[in-house]
Design a protein around this ligand. Structure first.
Ligand SMILES: [Zn+2]
Length: 454
């Protein structure tokens, strides 16, 4: 297996052999290349195979022996996989307690939906989730509140199965909650490979943001000494170059390419678990996607999270390459928070929350001068480690083209003035300091947004 650096320009120094990395992590024998310490993950088992047909009960019994289980699916995932899992577990003699199933008619990853799910699963010790986003998040949160174990059989590729976090709505506002990890993640590749191509493209686009998130997170660490860990990227570097090179084979059903995507999704999810925050895979590109979901309103084109993140990753990559690729540093001014304009843009209630986010990362004249002096003294020294983890824009653009994913705001179906606002104002939604903040403080964001929307 080639190291990531040889094919696409990613120059991570943390490349290790990918073979069996998940098994090593499960066994607690994987060595963190950063400090040599052995790393163990808080998940009992992760199994990824071409098919799991015939192994369902063996896998569940090994983790949940003697316990009563309820298999939760919705109408669609019941037909795809839930019915098969339930039948297999119900046939199991002796290894499990009572086995039941609940086909959730109206799944909602909201406070109310989770309350409904808890009532429907109250009779069982363990919940087996069969599905993707909504089912996985709801079961994870419901079992966390009830102090129960759960395992998951995914039905589409995503990073969320191996995380200890759940995305749940409270009064219409989505919150990412730190909850608990599944006991088992059982991935039947034949089921996932049959997902609609749009879901596969979306999963690809959502892991490709590694490069922009790492640049932003590392830059924030270098400027403000905010926490940073290279560990999540050590795991992703193993497969990233091949994933990008083989992008077009993903949709052709090639088992190696597809298996690699699923492994990268699992490893990306685990990465957030190691560092206890989502920063490693969620910086400016995710703020922009959140901005689209929060403020597009009726005009929202119904695009998926991954599709949006693919486009915003390209925008962020172009901006990062432009600023970090320059021979001379930008010159930063202090933060100027135009509270009146924010209230006009977002309304009083939402603006109050966002003003607090922006205040948390605001820099005054002294701080801006400190950064300008740091850069003036050694710009090359500052950008070199960032350039090492930055992929060329063309590499990402070509991969997104090959896989047929949307690449621009217009291709997502967003109006030009709205996507320009996304670029100009997405840094308002979170206190994470990113290249959008640098461009804004350097007075270069408005021109960039104009060019990017042309
Ligand atoms: Zn994402």
């Amino acid at each position: 297996m080639r190291p990531a650096s040889q094919k696409t320009g990613a120059k991570s120094e943390l490349v290790t052999d990918h073979n069996g990395v998940l098994n090593d992590l499960l066994a607690g024998t994987w060595q963190n290349p950063v400090d040599g310490a052995q790393v163990r993950i808080p998940i009992g088992n992760i199994v990824t195979q071409n098919t799991l047909e015939g192994r369902e009960s063996e896998l569940i019994v090994a983790l949940h022996r003697g316990k009563s289980v309820v298999v939760v699916s919705d109408k669609i995932t019941h037909d795809i996989l839930g019915a098969r899992i339930f039948k297999a577990l119900a046939r199991e003699g002796g290894g499990l307690g009572a086995v039941s199933e609940y086909i959730w008619d109206n799944p909602r990853s909201s406070e109310e939906g989770v309350a409904d799910l808890r009532a429907q699963t109250a009779h069982a010790d363990v919940v087996i989730a069969v599905g993707s986003g909504t089912i996985n998040d709801s079961v994870k949160y419901a079992t966390f509140l009830d102090g129960k174990e759960f395992s998951v059989f995914p039905t589409s590729p995503q990073t969320a199965y191996t995380t200890g976090t759940a995305s749940i709505s409270f009064g219409g506002v989505k919150k990412s909650l730190i909850v608990h990890f599944p006991k088992g993640v059982f991935i039947d590749l034949a089921i996932l490979a049959a997902s609609p191509p749009r879901l596969i493209r979306s999963a690809f686009a959502d892991v490709i943001c590694r490069t922009t998130a790492q640049v932003d997170w590392l830059m924030s660490h270098k400027l403000f000494q905010t926490p940073y860990s290279p560990l999540p990227y050590a795991l992703l570097a193993i497969d990233e170059a091949d994933l990008i090179d083989d992008a077009e084979r993903l949709l052709s059903g090639d088992p190696d390419s597809f298996g690699r995507l699923v492994r990268v999704c699992s490893l990306m999810g685990l990465g957030t678990g190691f560092v206890g925050t989502t920063h490693s895979g969620s910086m400016a590109e995710h703020s922009m996607s959140h901005y689209i979901d929060m403020f597009c309103g009726e005009a929202h084109p119904g695009t998926l999270h991954g599709e949006q993140v693919g486009v915003t990753t390209l925008t962020c990559s172009r901006l990062q390459n432009m600023i970090l690729g320059a021979d001379t540093p930008p010159t930063l001014g202090p933060t100027r928070i135009d509270e009146k304009a924010m209230i006009e843009r977002y309304g009083e209630t939402v603006a109050g929350d966002l003003i607090l986010q922006v205040r948390k990362k605001a820099i005054d004249v002294r701080e801006a001068d400190r950064i300008n002096a740091l850069w003036a003294a050694d710009w090359k020294g500052f950008v070199t480690p960032l350039r090492k983890v930055l992929l060329p824009f063309a590499t990402l653009w070509d991969a997104m083209t090959k896989i047929g994913a949307p690449r621009t705001g217009a291709e997502l179906g967003l109006a030009k003035p709205f996507y320009r606002d996304v670029i100009l104002h997405a840094s308002d939604v979170r206190s994470r300091f990113t290249m959008l903040d640098i461009a804004s403080h350097a007075g270069r964001l408005a021109d960039f947004a104009e060019e990017e929307c042309d």
